[in-house]
Design a protein around this ligand. Structure first.
Ligand SMILES: *Cc1c(COP(=O)(O)O)cnc(C)c1O
Length: 391
């Protein structure tokens, strides 16, 4: 399906976009498990290497199964180009290596995936790229942190674990007024719930490991944006640096995309029911979910997203002891920091994802001792309620 792409809805594109049938007339997309490709003759080899003729050369940078995944995800995000990578982290690394140089500066939300903070501080920092961290929802703080050398602004929305929502449009305007690029890690919403490029963002990052697969099987990632922005710069890093997605993983992800829309709707529905229920429980002090009317950015989330996502956090009465007891009492929830799976997961951020912070830093970030984060899966929601109830 290559024509009239723009006229099809997301659900159709998720199933049909990017497939190019081979001479074997297969119905389902094949996995091309081949490292290299052969040329008809020496002249064709030369033309392929010189980029005069499109076509496959070597699976570090061109593979038909990976390309199918890339074209399909690009269609969903409304992007000109998608570059699939070996993981979400390698998507961020490839983006930074492709677009930044020594002396450049990043302004990033403080509430991002912990490993991304490590990448910015410990790895990019080593090569003379500095990062300033700001509060996600404080537009004035973003503006104040921008310098002449600032090239990228980076964020995730909703944030993890407190589900704060950033105004993508306002931040994109700020970025462009200062000759910066806005990068949105769209892992939590996926294109089903939020389209950052339509709101003015320049680049979208994905950890395909989460909802795109949705069943916890493979690690992968993607970078999406304009061809002129990433087609040489970021693709060049992949081609030379080898941050490549395997064809098998690409196949798993593209099959995941086919059910993404119905899965995301079901995740949102279960999460909303659970958040509403948690809010009424006496053992719960506070619930963080953008779908609740008392959430500080509920209105913004309603405008910017078509659903509120599958991640819910809540604070229990009784601090760490009560939180650990609730976690240990569950039978269905998997105790893991992973998210975006059909299986519901539960974690205590204060002693896992955020344990490195000092108590003061944790308190400032709102990560209290009683805070629990759940990624709501697709099990029956009544069973999940029972599982979270005090015994
Ligand atoms: C998991 C995650 C990443 C990193 O992705 P990997 O596939 O684990 O490398 C980046 N951003 C967010 C928001 C994530 O949840």
């Amino acid at each position: 399906m290559t024509q009239n792409k723009d006229n099809y809805s997301l659900q159709t594109l998720a199933i049909r976009a990017g497939q190019h049938r081979t001479v074997e007339s297969e119905h389902s997309e094949p996995i091309f498990t081949t490292s290299s490709f052969v040329f008809r003759n020496a002249a064709q080899a030369a033309a392929r290497f010189a980029d005069e003729e499109p076509g496959n050369i070597y699976s570090r940078f061109t593979n038909p199964t990976v390309r199918t995944f890339e074209e399909r995800l690009a269609a969903l995000e409304g992007a000109e180009r998608c570059i699939a990578t070996s993981s979400g982290m390698s998507a961020i690394l490839s983006t930074c290596l492709g677009l930044l140089k020594q002396g450049d500066h990043i302004v990033s939300s403080r509430s991002i995936f912990g490993t991304t903070v490590g990448l910015f501080n410990n790895i990019l920092g080593k090569f003379g790229i500095e990062t300033s961290f700001v509060a996600l929802t404080d537009l004035a703080a973003w503006e104040a942190a921008i310098r002449a050398e600032t090239k990228l602004m980076f964020l995730e929305t909703p944030s993890n674990p407190l589900t704060e929502v950033a105004d993508i449009q306002a931040l994109a305007e700020l970025a462009h007024a200062n000759d910066c690029l806005l990068v949105v890690d769209n892992c939590f919403c996926t294109p089903v719930l939020q389209k950052p490029l339509e709101l003015g963002a320049d680049l979208v990052i994905h950890s395909a490991t989460k909802y795109l697969d949705g069943q916890g099987r493979c690690v992968g990632g993607a970078v999406l944006g304009k061809e002129s922005l990433i087609g040489e710069s970021v693709f060049g890093i992949l081609r030379t640096g080898g941050t490549t997605m395997s064809p098998f993983n690409a196949w798993v992800f593209l099959k995941g995309l086919e059910t993404l829309s119905i899965r995301m709707k079901a995740h949102c529905e279960n999460a909303q029911k659970l958040a509403d229920w948690l809010q009424q429980q006496s053992f719960v002090q506070h619930v963080y979910y953008p779908g609740l009317s008392d959430h500080p950015q509920h209105q913004l989330a309603s405008r910017q997203q078509t659903g509120y996502g599958g991640v819910v956090s809540f604070e229990v009465v009784g601090g760490k002891e009560a939180a650990w007891k609730l976690i240990d009492n569950t039978c269905i929830f998997s105790i893991t920091a992973n998210l975006g799976d059909t299986k519901s997961t539960i974690t205590h951020p204060g002693t896992t994802t955020h344990w490195r912070l000092t108590k003061a830093e944790r308190e400032q970030a709102g990560i209290t001792d009683g805070l629990i984060r759940i990624s709501v899966g697709l099990e029956d929601v009544e069973d999940l309620k029972k599982d979270l109830s005090p015994s």
